[in-house]
Write a protein that binds this ligand. Structure first.
Ligand SMILES: Cc1cc2nc3c(=O)[nH]c(=O)nc-3n(C[C@H](O)[C@H](O)[C@H](O)COP(=O)(O)OP(=O)(O)OC[C@H]3O[C@@H](n4cnc5c(N)ncnc54)[C@H](O)[C@@H]3O)c2cc1C
Length: 348
């Protein structure tokens, strides 16, 4: 296979880049390791509704995502924040309206965040998108990438994969050491985390004056939010696990059971009979996390493109993923910023 621009990775960065190149009539191919597109954007489907297992929120002032949603005909709605917040003390006692900062002021995408990646993917030429194709080796001469036995020759290659995964690829010749160090030094945002989602017939907690927001020092979830669709056709709660990755791996199904038991303590008996649940542990997703991502960074890193990753191999190897974005690194808006910069460089 031969193309002008080979995009490696079909998360939001890779998909939005492919969208921009296609709109410009530029020849590209996209290879994605998983059997689905979207990367960290993934959802649980119940009926016709989609519940976020990766990102949920966007914020006012994120202009790229606002514009893209408008162009794609997608709409947003405010994160539900009406009602009392709960706080679970270490002994399991529940306090009302206590000590918790909700995500008030943030917005969600109607149809789930995967509506965004789904709409981008739907607009791409299917003949240019290849699933189940993991790049393993990147070669400078001849210039191209190997996915299994297939060699894709290209004029430029865009690595739209988390930096630490990019560092694990085989480069021929090897990347300069500062470039490899730069890639390894950037934690994959949220890769250490696990999200638990429980779906119910209705958002019953709202009738009891509860917002669905809770924080807990008891666990296993540390932070819980309302994740219901905008039309409340279902109710849903999601929580970030407060249990470290290694402990989660040992716990198995017991962790999901403990999460449901916690929802009962917080929101009452109706929480004990969800229609569906899903525990998404990103630390164990091989095309998101590396072993180094098992522990989260202490805060949101000040992501920046290391100097050593600029102009690699005569500018033919371009890095475009949220962690390497010019702004909003780690976020959805960052993924769009990264692909915008890559598109500018390619189409210049
Ligand atoms: C639990 C969680 C909650 C989050 N919450 C928010 C939020 O509320 N708001 C927000 O703005 N952001 C949030 N984020 C971050 C957001 O998900 C990311 O910023 C965004 O999805 C990154 O997109 P990306 O395309 O840059 O990277 P990725 O989504 O990681 O895409 C990389 C792609 O490359 C593929 N790939 C990897 N290796 C190879 C290979 N060798 N060959 C081919 N393909 C490969 C992967 O399968 C993947 O599809 C959250 C993330 C998680 C996990």
């Amino acid at each position: 296979m031969k193309t002008k621009t080979l995009i490696i990775g079909g998360g939001l960065s890779g998909l939005s880049l492919a969208h921009a190149l296609q709109q410009a009539g530029h020849d590209y191919q996209l290879i994605e390791a998983r059997d689905r597109l979207g990367g960290r954007i993934k959802s649980l489907t119940v009926g016709n509704s989609h519940f976020d297992l990766g990102p949920s929120w966007i914020w006012p002032g994120q202009e790229r995502v606002a514009k893209l949603l408008k162009d794609l005909g997608l709409v947003t709605f405010a994160q539900w924040d009406r009602g009392a917040q709960l706080f679970e003390q270490p002994d399991g006692t529940v306090l009302h309206n206590s000590g918790f900062m909700s995500m008030a002021g943030s917005y969600r995408i109607a149809g789930g965040t995967s509506a965004l990646t789904g709409a981008l993917a739907a607009g791409l030429d299917p003949a240019r998108v290849h699933l189940g194709a993991a790049a393993q080796r990147i070669s400078a001469d001849p210039f191209g990438a190997f996915a299994g036995d297939t060699f894709v020759a290209a004029e430029k290659i865009v690595l739209a994969v988390p930096p630490r995964l990019a560092a694990q690829l085989e480069f021929q010749p090897a990347l300069p050491e500062p470039a490899t160090d730069g890639l390894q030094g950037l934690p994959t945002w949220m890769a250490a985390h696990a999200k638990f989602v429980a779906v119910y017939p209705t958002p019953f907690w709202r009738d009891n004056g509860l917002s669905g927001d809770a924080s807990s020092r008891h666990g296993p979830m540390a932070e819980i939010h309302d994740a219901s669709p905008d039309d409340a056709s279902f109710g849903a709660l999601f929580g970030f696990m407060g249990v470290p990755a290694a402990q989660r791996a040992r716990a198995g199904q017991a962790l999901a059971d403990a999460a449901v038991a916690q929802l009962v303590r917080l929101f009452g008996d109706a929480a004990g009979t969800p229609l569906a649940t899903h525990l998404q542990d990103w630390s164990r997703a091989p095309f998101t996390a590396t072993a180094a991502d098992a522990s989260p960074p202490p805060g949101h890193p000040a992501y920046q493109m290391p100097q050593a990753l600029r102009q690699v191999w005569d500018d033919r190897l371009i890095f475009a993923v949220t962690e390497l974005a010019p702004d909003n690194g780690g976020l959805i808006e960052g993924a769009l910023a990264a692909s915008e910069a890559a598109a500018r460089a390619i189409l210049a």
